[in-house]
Design a protein around this ligand. Structure first.
Ligand SMILES: NC(=O)C1=CN([C@@H]2O[C@H](COP(=O)(O)OP(=O)(O)OC[C@H]3O[C@@H](n4cnc5c(N)ncnc54)[C@H](OP(=O)(O)O)[C@@H]3O)[C@@H](O)[C@H]2O)C=CC1
Ligand SMILES: CC(=O)N[C@@H](CCC(=O)OP(=O)(O)O)C(=O)O
Length: 347
């Protein structure tokens, strides 16, 4: 059994980590940390975790954290990990999996410009491994610091990488239309997540300005060797969980539906959490709810010469806590599926 610590346990990502880790056969939730509720029981914030015997919320202190845990998940807002993770790394003794965007972007100026914050020290950004498990398995296995991918990039990259590796799509043609449930915005209250303003309504946000755009472009270029330009537009939809990505690319060469289908099926045949759906089908967010799956279907439109890829995830699981646990499993040589539910909640 390894000892796990969670920072940001009073938030949605932290709560989801607890939900999944309580049933994990190889871990013990040893410590929960809070910057605002130290000494309290988490049940006060989240009655749904009552009776699990969880530790009380402890103060954030790098010295003791590095001694008391084998791995620490940071489910904290951007900027926190940039400061805390280098301290933990220098002290040694624990691995870190960061759910925020602090170690995802390799270019410091890109981080400054998209996140409007000061980046983490370059030496630690260089050492961090981007935890898209399906594509970086070996690097994750040897990592001490993992940058868990953003929710939209997870759904987008799993859909786009196979096609870009083949060079089948014009790299400046990608249009990624994405829709997310409201839990993606975290637990904090703001006008943007006010029930009476988002219910029975849908809207785009951060058009041409979303911080996941450079993350998608960076990782697509690294995996395919081709620099792509991605037009990414996120939308908020009135549901709690789920992301649907609809990605459109202009085909560079003639590709048939059968070839595209075969490509995706072959690429993900041995990946336990990517399910390629049969041709002509349309995955629903509800079909991955509560699970670590990314379900994908690929459609070639011979009339327009475009390929359309549909990709769904649960933003809290494959988009955050589930993928973080998948990464932990790989880092500690546990079975990749350990502790991760294999049947979604349906209906
Ligand atoms: N929700 C989602 O679907 C996804 C979220 N993410 C990322 O994961 C991270 C966590 O997101 P989420 O759980 O949704 O956010 P929440 O807002 O729900 O929770 C964040 C938690 O961070 C803690 N926190 C806030 N400020 C500080 C601070 N200065 N120092 C230490 N801890 C702090 C708070 O806990 P306390 O007050 O107890 O310290 C808070 O509960 C974010 O970076 C987010 O962008 C990534 C992918 C998907
Ligand atoms: C619906 C919603 O608001 N979603 C969030 C996803 C945040 C996130 O995952 O943030 P980082 O990956 O940058 O840490 C957003 O669009 O900002």
């Amino acid at each position: 059994m390894i000892r796990v610590g969670i920072v940001g346990a009073t938030g949605y990502g932290g709560a989801e980590l607890i939900r999944l880790l309580v049933g994990h056969p190889h871990v013990q939730i040893a410590n929960l940390y809070s910057s605002s509720a130290e000494g309290e029981s988490l049940e006060k914030t989240f009655p749904h975790v009552s009776g699990l015997g969880l530790p009380k919320l402890a103060p954030i202190d790098a010295q003791s954290m590095s001694k008391d845990n084998d791995v620490i998940f940071l489910a904290t807002p951007a900027g926190v990990s940039a400061d805390l993770s280098p301290q933990l790394m220098k002290l040694g003794g624990t691995k870190v999996i960061d759910l925020s965007g602090d170690f995802r972007l390799e270019c410091a100026d890109a981080y400054r410009s998209w996140y409007k914050k000061e980046p983490a020290p370059a030496e630690w950004v260089e050492k961090a491994v981007y935890g898209l498990t399906e594509w970086n398995y070996e690097q994750v296995a040897g990592a001490s610091l993992v940058a868990n991918p953003g929710c939209y990039p997870t759904a987008t990259l799993l859909a786009l990488i196979p096609l870009m590796q083949k060079g089948w799509v014009k790299p400046d043609s990608w249009i990624v239309d994405a829709k997310s449930g409201v839990s993606g915005a975290g637990r904090g209250l703001s006008m943007g997540v006010h029930y009476s303003e988002i219910n029975e309504s849908i809207h785009a946000y951060k058009v041409a300005k979303h911080q996941h755009t450079p993350e998608i472009e960076q990782e697509l270029a690294k995996q395919s060797g081709i620099a792509s330009l991605v037009q990414f537009t996120p939308h908020l939809v009135p549901m709690t969980r789920g992301i649907l990505v609809t990605a459109y690319g202009q085909l560079e060469t003639k590709v048939t539906q059968a070839q595209a289908q075969e490509l995706f099926e072959a690429t993900y045949a041995d990946k336990p959490f990517v399910r390629v759906r049969p041709a002509g089908t349309h995955p629903h967010t509800k079909e991955v709810l509560g699970s670590n799956y990314c379900d994908i279907s690929v459609h070639v439109d011979e009339r327009t010469g475009r390929v359309i890829v549909l990709s769904v995830i649960d933003n809290m699981v494959k988009g955050a806590a589930g993928q973080a646990i998948q990464n932990m499993n790989v880092m500690f040589q546990f079975p990749e599926k350990a502790g991760l539910p294999l049947v979604p909640v349906f209906p």
